[in-house]
Ligand binder design. Sequence first.
Ligand code: SF4
Length: 359
Amino acid sequence: MPNEKTSIKSYTRRELHEIVTALGEPKYRADQLHRWLFSDRTADFDSMTNLGSNLRDKLSKRYFIPSCSIAKELHEPVSSRGSGTSKFLVKLHDGQAIETVLIPSADRNTVCVSSQVGCPLHCSFCATGYMGFTRSLLASEIVEQVSLVNDRISGQSGKDHVSNIVFMGMGEPLLNLPNVFEAIETLTHEGYRLAVSQRKITISTVGLVPQISEIARSGFTTKLAVSLHAADQEKRASLIPSARENTLESLRQALEQYVAITNEPVTLVYMLIEGINDTESDAKNLARFGHGFLCKINLIDYNSIVNMRFKPVKAQRRDCFIRTLVDAGLHVTVRKSYGTSINAACGQLAITEKNKVVS
Ligand code: SF4
């Protein structure tokens, strides 16, 4: 009766321990099972040869092993602004779709993962916010995005692999923190196929204050990026509705505390939008916010989204903005806007697909 079976990948490692011990087997069998599922990515219980036929039988009567697949992909030519970014539409086993992006560069392969199907936070500049919210991803669905991309690039050359992961895809990862933490445990597990370094993982947020404290105390050595986009309370709240509760003042305190606990700098991400947050006074507000604690500013260009009123700033305006920040003594980097020819702004591919289904 396949309908009564549940997905074995919906459980955490700790829950697998409970399942396996309840079936009368020692706990270490759950660790073997976890390795089969998330490192070897075995598609059936029969192939898990070291589990013993009795346990394999019991598992296959109760559970199934779900899989995600790449339903569509878009590749930006390397010559077009140089990045060679690829965007994948990943189909989950319940039919939902999310986006995953590969950003290759000379010394790394970075995968941008989604943490939710859609997003409930409705930031005014974001295609994912425009989609609305369906559900949060399971830890296994976050891991699977990286595995699928890793398969794809290791298949091409035989030696490439995913080196860096950023939680900057669809969804707000801090609204799905237990699954994000569980996924990080698996993605960084020593001896597993992926085994990405924790230090090469960046969690990005629009600034949910209580959860930032939780990350600071988690013991992970991952990096934190906060999408600021305005350093004026009213303006920020108009772009990011969740900033009404997570005020700039409380965010600043949480970030100071984060730095004090982790001794790691925070990246403040600031997306320049023409006529919205690009004036001299906006730059001065940002300089004030970033002054006096360990941080660096990452300026990014707005990636135009169909049906949205926002536009990227002109180069001259961006240069003035940078000069104000540098003169104030801040460390500033400018990130290229990757994947403009393939709608790489988060949520655009999924929206296009969803609209096709709806229309
Ligand atoms: S920017 Fe991030 S938090 Fe805001 S709506 Fe988009 S996905 Fe959600």
